[in-house]
Design a protein around this ligand. Structure first.
Ligand code: ATP
Length: 224
């Protein structure tokens, strides 16, 4: 058993831009799993997108605008501040260093990402550093590689309290109802001159409009 103020959820993504689908999942996890907070971690992005994206700083600013006023959600931009590739194992190690060995950490991963976990850099070490909650869409069950299935069987739990009782190492499949919203769709709508209101929080909508983000190809736009 550990003494702490509750498990911390970690939800990574490109967030280009953040939308209500992301925020609903983060809030559902906060409430449903009894987390102390959920951190949204913007990733460095692939510079070869077909539709213009926002710079790293703009994506971070949009996230900050999205979570302002929601005390359980916060932005952690450490991956943007680090040079070179952002491996999740490195991000978790840096959080572990900062927060201490006993702080429960919960890495939130989509079902697709989890299925591909064995291709990740030093993937087995992820379980030493954090719990993994796999966000499963109702009706979708993933076929896991056998070595991942072995890990999952050994570590599996369906009880949220287990995520608070130790710092790392459990795997939980958790059903979330996804809203049918994607960043790709939002970028496409803006590029086509259509509204994105009610798909993103109003402060995100207003910031995107004010900065003229995602409107048209602009090779000079800063990327990260
Ligand atoms: P893109 O359309 O650019 O691929 P995205 O909308 O999928 O972006 P990401 O930043 O790539 O957003 O996603 C970050 C995380 O949020 C991923 O784990 C992804 O599975 C999850 N996610 C994305 N959209 C939703 C949604 N509508 N509901 C729940 N989770 C979502």
């Amino acid at each position: 058993m550990t003494e702490n103020s509750g498990a911390i959820g970690l939800f990574g993504g490109t967030f280009d831009p953040v939308h209500n689908g992301h925020l609903r999942v983060a809030l559902d996890a906060l409430d449903g799993l009894g987390l102390a907070e959920v951190r949204l971690l913007p990733a460095r992005q692939n510079p070869l997108r077909e539709i213009p994206g926002a710079s790293a700083e703009q994506r971070r600013d949009l996230l900050v605008a999205a979570v302002t006023g929601e005390p359980g959600l916060r932005v952690d931009a450490r991956e943007l501040e680090r040079d070179g590739p952002s491996y999740t194992v490195d991000t978790l190690a840096s959080l572990r260093d900062e927060l201490g060995a006993t702080q429960p950490l919960v890495l939130m991963l989509g079902g697709d990402a989890f299925t591909g976990l064995t291709g990740w850099h030093r993937w087995r070490e992820l379980f030493d550093l954090a719990h993994v909650v796999v966000l499963q869409r109702p009706g979708h069950t993933a076929k896991l590689a056998s070595e991942l299935a072995v890990e999952t069987d050994a570590r599996g739990t369906s009880v949220a309290a287990d995520l608070h009782a130790q710092a790392a190492g459990r795997v939980m499949f958790w059903r979330v109802t996804q809203l049918e919203i994607s960043s790709t769709d939002i970028r496409t709508r803006i590029a086509a001159g259509r509204s994105i209101r009610y798909l993103v929080p109003d402060p995100v909508h207003d910031t995107i409009q004010r900065l003229g983000l995602y409107r048209a190809a602009d090779p000079a736009r800063a990327r990260a």
